[in-house]
Design a protein around this ligand. Structure first.
Ligand code: KIV
Ligand code: ZN
Length: 522
């Protein structure tokens, strides 16, 4: 019998903290459904006290999911209460509370004298806060996880002391994060082995690890800790997360699976769902997977040189340590087109992880047909983008009704836009440095806004002249960044839609109705 390593997925929490990533509510719910298909053990759905959107995401995922759903919170009553409230209807709620334990964090983050004057005094205050937090969380659920933030750089004796204390207070999982991605695999493995020796009640809790990738060692550190006693791995799809990201789920899982000759561990992951999950996360977050990324990159199973291709034709094991099928990479590209029927579309979407029925299927099919009119061949990635855009429509009170662009090498780029919101329309024109600039300026004029643009990018989702263009616009509104995405075969239209979506998200988050503001300023 193999020993199980629990997979704790933090794509929706730490992953979403990636610079440039932001997910709306519908996207989070959809990813959580896919994580369930992937069969992760725990889904960390967010940090409820940090924003109303995070709260709602945790609430929705908790309500729907048959998996354990974790909510992050600082070691503070207010945060813990908020995590509990967000998880109130979850079938298997987990409260995940954390506090810093390294000297550098304690002296930096708890510098106020009310935590004590010396490091030793502050450490005792932190220990008490950790114990109080776990005890309070236990009043809501038996499933309480404690994380010692920056455990990788924490003094071993103090780490052992605090871990023993939180287990005594009822923590059922103790997480040892390498928050700054500083440790070395053998060193991190020894840290886990050391805790097993030093902490007398360690067997009353599951040891978890959470490794960041600042030195590119997150997966190696995770595997080393498993060899030394960790039985929960915290990780994210495509390795997304703060700074250089978290340990990548697909790499941990496939390393354990492919090298099962070396150890006695297994995970419950349905590996054939890895590729679909990776694509969904990339498409919704806008974080592109590098082509040479292990397991899920476009080149992960591509064989370029003649010698490699020849070897592969004779025996695929010559250059492949796992098959593309084992991680769900499709071997044949199924292309849909204008003659594909509704059922064909539904079946393809279902194979990609999207369950679409009834009225939603009618809407998606109508959009598919209109796309197929513009673009002969519809690839899986087009469908993923279409589905992402469909979800976004649910939060889109500002709609692009009309767009006209005049641009060329010998003319001044000019754009006219008409925007619809709540039955009213707002129309304006503007010139600009280029057609996209003119279009953004026309939107700003129509809605009486100053320039809010923080960044803008555009990419093609598939190859070829008819490829769909996906535009990403980040707006700086009230000191917060709002990310909008738009897709179209016309990149100016995609850009305008992305701009309006970011504004809509801001409107939803702030509760301010932009159109009311316009009426007041006109
Ligand atoms: O990196 C970290 O330490 C974390 C904790 C909150 C688990 O994300
Ligand atoms: Zn982290």
């Amino acid at each position: 019998m193999k020993e199980k390593v629990l997979i704790f997925d933090t794509t929706l929490r730490d992953g979403e903290q990636s610079p440039g990533a932001s997910l709306n509510l519908q996207e989070k719910v959809e990813i959580a459904r896919q994580l369930e298909k992937l069969n992760v053990d725990i889904i960390e759905a967010g940090f409820p006290a940090s924003s109303p959107l995070q709260f709602e995401a945790v609430r929705r995922v908790g309500e729907e999911s048959g998996k354990t759903v974790a909510a992050l919170c600082r070691a503070m009553e207010h945060d813990i209460k908020s995590a509990h409230e967000a998880l109130r209807n979850a079938r298997y709620p987990r409260i995940h509370t954390f506090i810093s334990t390294s000297a550098i964090h304690i002296m930096g983050k708890f510098s106020n004298d009310r935590y004590g004057k010396t490091l030793a005094e502050k450490q005792q205050t932190i220990l008490k806060m950790a114990v109080d937090a776990v005890s309070y969380a236990k009043t809501f659920t038996d499933d309480v996880e404690f994380s010692a933030e920056d455990a990788g750089r924490t003094d071993p004796a103090y780490l052992a002391e605090i871990i023993e204390a939180v287990i005594s207070a009822g923590a059922s999982t103790v997480n040892i994060p390498d928050t700054t991605g500083y440790t070395w695999p053998s060193e991190f493995g020894r840290k886990i082995a050391d805790l097993k020796k030093r902490v007398p009640n360690i067997d009353h809790a599951v040891i978890s690890v959470h490794c960041h990738n600042d030195l590119g060692l997150a997966v190696a550190n995770t595997l080393s800790s498993v060899e030394n006693g960790a039985r929960q791995a915290e990780c994210s799809i495509n390795g997304i997360g703060e700074r250089a990201g978290n340990a990548s789920l697909e790499e941990i899982v496939m390393a354990l699976s492919v090298r099962s000759d070396l150890h006695n561990f297994s995970t419950g992951i349905v590996t054939e769902e890895i590729y679909n999950t990776s694509r969904m996360v990339s498409s919704f977050t806008g974080l592109i997977v590098q082509p040479n990324k292990a397991i899920v990159g476009d080149n992960a199973f591509a064989h370029e040189s003649g010698i490699h291709q020849d070897g592969m034709l004779k025996n695929r094991h010559t250059y492949e340590v796992m098959t593309p099928e084992s991680v769900g990479v499709p071997q044949t590209t199924i292309v849909l087109g204008r003659h594909s029927g509704k059922h064909g579309l539904q079946a393809r979407l279902s194979a990609l992880g999207y369950k679409v029925t009834g009225a939603e299927l009618e809407t998606v099919y109508a959009r598919f047909v209109s796309l197929a009119d513009k673009k002969k061949e519809i690839y899986d990635d087009d469908l993923r983008v279409l589905m992402g855009d469909e979800l976004n429509k649910l939060i889109e009170p500002l709609e692009l009704d009309y767009l006209h662009i005049n641009s060329g090498t010998a003319s001044i780029p000019t754009a006219t836009v008409r925007i619809r919101s709540k039955g009213k329309t707002y129309e304006e024109s503007s010139t600009g440095d280029g057609p996209v600039d003119a279009c953004f300026k026309a939107i700003e004029r129509a809605l009486s806004l100053g320039s809010l643009l923080h960044s803008y990018s555009v990419r093609s989702t598939t190859a070829g002249r008819q490829a769909l263009g996906e535009a990403t616009v980040k707006l700086n509104c009230d000191d917060r960044l709002f990310t909008g995405r738009g897709v179209s075969t016309d990149i100016i239209e995609a850009s305008a839609k992305a701009y309006l979506q970011a504004l809509s998200l801001h409107q939803n988050a702030s509760g301010n109705d932009i159109t009311t503001t316009i009426e007041n300023t006109i």
